[in-house]
Design a protein around this ligand. Structure first.
Ligand code: NDP
Length: 245
């Protein structure tokens, strides 16, 4: 059975990735869900199918180049093309530099930067062969600004903006391949669960209260970029809660 266009979403087991997978499925994409927590992926696949759309999942650690390659191959095998890759998986263990949480720095570099690079490495040859496709990368407002405690996280999010913009410039103009960076502000998800620096936890608790974005708001922004005609490349979306500085 032909399944229409395929979208692969990394970090689909929660938050922005989960909402994006549901949104793209509702727009007719066959979605391939990737993350490490299999139980979450199974539940999401069921939810998408119950809503009348189609989904598959593949347990994937984005820090493994071979697992990222296998993910793209699984999508190709099922449906023959990869139309959209959303490089979304990420973590944000904010900390002050002098706490020397070097393991957390390493993890952020591995997931937030190398995970995105491995996604590009796996999908770019496929999209070049197809002469079409759309690679979206989730950066952050922290990829535009730096604050105390965000040095390494911001570093990773600046890095993926640079990588995605460089990729965009290198795309053969005769190919219908688009590259989009999405930079959200504060979104209500599980992202802050990775913070172990108690001073940061306290600072966040004592911060100015505001109405945060929902994961669905980012899913809507992603769907907007994806749904433009092929000659339109939405290069970057910066989206904050109205009350965020
Ligand atoms: P969540 O914590 O809800 O989701 C993070 C996702 O990343 C999970 O699905 C997790 O799945 C996945 N993930 C983490 N590590 C790996 C790994 N090694 N391999 C595969 N998947 C992994 O947070 P958000 O939805 O908020 O985050 C999504 C993206 O949005 C991130 O890149 C984040 O930096 C970015 N962002 C978020 C903002 C916010 O305020 N929430 C603001 C700006 C950007 P699992 O653990 O199952 O592997």
């Amino acid at each position: 059975m032909a399944l229409g266009k395929t979208a692969i979403v990394t970090g689909a087991s929660s938050g922005i990735g989960e909402a994006t997978a549901k949104e793209l499925a509702s727009k007719g994409y066959h979605v391939l869900l990737a993350a490490r927590r299999e139980d979450r992926l199974i539940a999401l696949k069921k939810e998408i199918e119950a809503a009348g759309s189609t989904a598959d999942y593949k347990v994937t650690d984005v820090t493994s180049r071979s697992e990222m390659t296998a993910l793209i191959e699984a999508g190709l095998e099922k449906n023959g093309t990869i139309d959209v890759l959303v490089n979304n998986a990420g973590l944000m263990p904010l900390s002050f530099m002098n706490k020397l949480k070097v393991d957390e720095w390493d993890k952020m570099i591995d997931v937030n930067i190398k995970g995105v690079l491995y996604g590009i490495a796996a999908v770019l040859p496929v999209m070049e062969k197809q002469k079409s496709g759309h690679i979206l990368t989730i950066s952050s407002v922290a990829g535009h600004t730096i604050s105390k405690g965000s040095a390494v996280y911001s570093g990773t999010k600046f890095a993926v903006r640079a990588i995605a913009e460089g990729l965009r410039q290198e795309i053969d103009p005769s190919h219908e391949i688009r590259v989009t960076i999405v930079s959200p502000g504060a979104v209500e998800t599980e992202l802050t669960d990775t913070i172990t620096d108690e001073d940061i936890v306290t600072a966040l608790k004592n911060g100015q209260p505001m109405e945060m974005l929902k994961a669905q708001d980012i899913a809507n922004a992603i769907a907007f970029a994806v749904e433009q005609p092929a000659y339109v490349d939405v290069n970057e979306i910066l989206i904050r809660p109205r009350q965020q500085l």
